[in-house]
Design a protein around this ligand. Structure first.
Ligand SMILES: Nc1ncnc2c1ncn2[C@@H]1O[C@H](COP(=O)(O)OP(=O)(O)O)[C@@H](O)[C@H]1O
Ligand SMILES: [Mg+2]
Length: 302
């Protein structure tokens, strides 16, 4: 388990991480979501002891990272900036890590196989594609067979096949009882990967909830109807106490009534329908609303 208590990091006048308190638990993939600049990477660097908190604390299974003996056997991390020595082969890179962490070198072939790099084990990573580099980073994280894994924006720049592979790997690791903490600035990606969500904006905690609850609380469901006789449908609905909303595209939107009821009312009044569908506002929209104003560098429109 990873536990943060009032974790804070300031760079001069800038507060990158602002009194974050939450725990990351085993058995599920926990998504760490926030717009660019929200403080995700800074938080993850503090978890791995690469940055020192200004105040507050963070522990791995009850201890700060620098107090763990053979830390790679507790937590494996893939950070944004890759630190692979360009002159070493993939195998040699992993061997150095294994030796400094007391990991049996036989584990190297296992992790190379797991990430699909066995064929290029004797090659130097400088010739690797982005996806291969990412796989080597993941092999390093898995080397000590740790109970906790942490990935910072692991699918950035990957092709669909690579994204699919990483997503499944994270789910498998969590299903095997491990703690998996993964960051992204994309709600759509998290919705497909994470079961639990921690959302931050401008360094502050905005939500710590299950994905199912986040969807339930933040997405609006409604029924959309298209008809050549909008006035007659309006009257039919009004008689039943239902008030639709007219959209600019000519459709009617109805909240709080199931599609089946709308269809029945239309049939009773012999109103022709060209469309009757249940709609759900996207999570992406919910996330934008939640983090509105928390985006540091808004893209300029136009
Ligand atoms: N070494 C640093 N020095 C100064 N400011 C930093 C440093 N690292 C990060 N920041 C600032 O802290 C904020 C959070 O950055 P970061 O943790 O990288 O966000 P995220 O990973 O969510 O995109 C940003 O405003 C960033 O510019
Ligand atoms: Mg980042």
């Amino acid at each position: 388990m990873i536990e943060l208590a009032e974790l804070t990091k300031r760079y001069g006048a800038k507060t990158a991480v602002d009194r974050l308190t939450f725990a990351v638990r085993p058995g599920v993939v926990t998504g760490f979501l926030g717009p660019n600049g929200a403080g995700k990477s800074t938080t993850m660097r503090m978890i791995l002891g690469l940055d020192h908190p200004t105040s507050g604390r963070v522990t791995i299974d009850g201890r700060p990272y620098d107090r763990l003996t053979r830390p790679l056997t507790y937590i494996g991390g893939l950070l944004e900036a890759k630190s692979v020595h360009p002159g070493r082969t993939a195998y040699h890179h992993l061997l150095c890590l294994a030796q400094s962490n007391g990991v049996d070198p036989r584990r190297i072939d296992e992790v190379l196989d797991l990430v699909g790099l066995t064929g290029v084990a004797r090659k130097r990573p400088k010739g690797f594609s982005l996806g291969m580099g990412q796989r080597l980073g993941i092999a390093s994280a898995l080397l000590g067979d740790p109970r906790i894994l942490m990935f910072d924006e692991p699918v950035n720049g990957l092709d669909p096949e690579g994204i699919h592979w990483i997503r499944n790997l994270m789910k498998q690791l969590a299903a095997g009882g491990r703690t998996v903490f993964v960051s992204s600035h994309l709600m759509s990606e998290m919705a497909l990967t994470a079961e639990h969500l921690v959302v931050i904006g401008q360094g502050r905690l905005l939500a710590d909830t299950s994905m199912a609850r986040f969807i339930e609380e933040n997405s609006r469901t409604f029924v959309r109807v298209r008809t050549p006789e909008p006035e007659r449908l309006r009257d039919a609905l009004a008689a039943a106490g239902v008030r639709p909303e007219q959209r600019p595209d000519g459709c009617l939107e109805i909240e709080g009534v199931p599609a089946s009821r709308v269809g029945e009312l239309a049939a009773e009044h012999r109103v022709v329908l060209h469309e009757l569908s249940r709609q759900q506002a996207s999570l992406e929209e919910a996330f934008m609303r939640l983090t509105h104003g928390a985006v540091e560098y808004q893209a300029r429109e136009g």
